[in-house]
Design a protein around this ligand. Structure first.
Ligand SMILES: Nc1ncnc2c1ncn2[C@@H]1O[C@H](COP(=O)(O)OP(=O)(O)O)[C@@H](O)[C@H]1O
Ligand SMILES: [Mg+2]
Length: 278
């Protein structure tokens, strides 16, 4: 499903624009004025600890939830007033893979292509299986897939119909290190094809590895937003030491959040596991 950009006049401007979003659940003020833009064809990471409000932002952008205040648009379509147009332009891959276990990987893909009334579902399935390195496993039941294979299949399924914008909500949470690397490859593949990707993550290294631009959501607001090198410049000038070391995003995060005197800390989740915001 491609957007006819010449007739809609949506050709310019960012892929996603978010301005002053606020959302509360009863007394809990989750979003308190969230503002950011995502450039077309870029990978944007919304980084925040558990409960920061990342899924709430994604649900608003994918028209599943109404904000209390603020505006948001996707490919120029307003999420409140043009929800159907927004839904045609996006795909959403949630934290928990939505694939059918009984079917094979290929059958899952063919099913979705049929449901979307696309021509030649078999060819679409085979192309996606090849792009996400699932050809060898194409005819096996999904119940035999590893976590990384499932998540890759999930991402492949969300690409059927070529949505220009894809939301990946914590694509690697709960995966082992090898599976995370496989999913990272899949995200890079999306970027290579020019899809705009907004991903949420609580992993600093994931944002550092994948994103062109990173926004840190903390206490309901975006407290930092920039490229990795821009975020690194927020640190005091590097000390001259015998061995020069580039600051990691983790150090940038600590410098920003730690400076507020919060109880947030960054800890290694496990000796070999990814670093996670607590
Ligand atoms: N439907 C809901 N009702 C009440 N509280 C909610 C609801 N959805 C989320 N929350 C709360 O809002 C906060 C932000 O949630 P969420 O957006 O899921 O954060 P994240 O995805 O960053 O972990 C959390 O404290 C969560 O418990
Ligand atoms: Mg979430």
């Amino acid at each position: 499903m491609s957007i006819n950009q010449t007739t809609t006049g949506q050709v310019r401007g960012p892929a996603i624009q978010v301005q002053g979003l606020a959302k509360s659940y009863q007394e809990l003020r989750v979003l308190r004025g969230v503002t950011f833009d995502v450039a077309r064809g870029s990978v944007f990471a919304l980084l925040g600890s558990n409960g920061a409000g990342k899924t709430t932002v994604v649900r608003i952008l994918s028209t599943l939830l109404k904000p209390d205040a603020g505006t948001a648009s996707v490919i120029g379509f307003d999420v409140a007033r043009q929800a159907a147009k927004v839904r045609e332009s996006i795909s959403l891959t949630g934290q928990f893979a939505a694939v059918d276990e009984i079917l094979s990987g290929r059958e899952n893909l063919v099913l979705i292509a049929r449901l979307r009334h696309l021509r030649d579902p078999g060819r679409i399935a085979d192309d996606l299986l090849a792009r996400f390195s699932l050809t060898d496993a194409a005819n096996r039941r999904v119940s035999t897939y590893s976590g990384g294979m499932r998540r890759r299949l999930d991402i492949a399924m969300s690409l059927i119909g070529n949505p220009p914008v894809i939301f990946l909500d914590e694509p690697t949470t709960g995966l082992d290190p090898q599976a995370r690397l496989e999913v990272w490859q899949a995200v890079r593949e999306l970027a290579r094809q020019g899809t705009t990707v907004l991903l949420t993550t609580q992993y600093l290294d994931e944002a550092e590895q994948l994103a062109d631009r990173i926004a840190i959501l903390h206490r309901g607001r975006i407290i930092a937003d920039g490229t990795l090198s821009e975020l690194k410049q927020l640190l005091p000038p590097a000390k001259v030491e015998y061995v020069e070391k580039q600051p990691t995003l983790e150090e940038v995060f600590l410098a920003i959040v730690g400076a507020e005197g919060t109880d947030s800390t960054v800890a290694a989740a496990s000796p070999d596991g990814p670093k996670e915001l607590q």
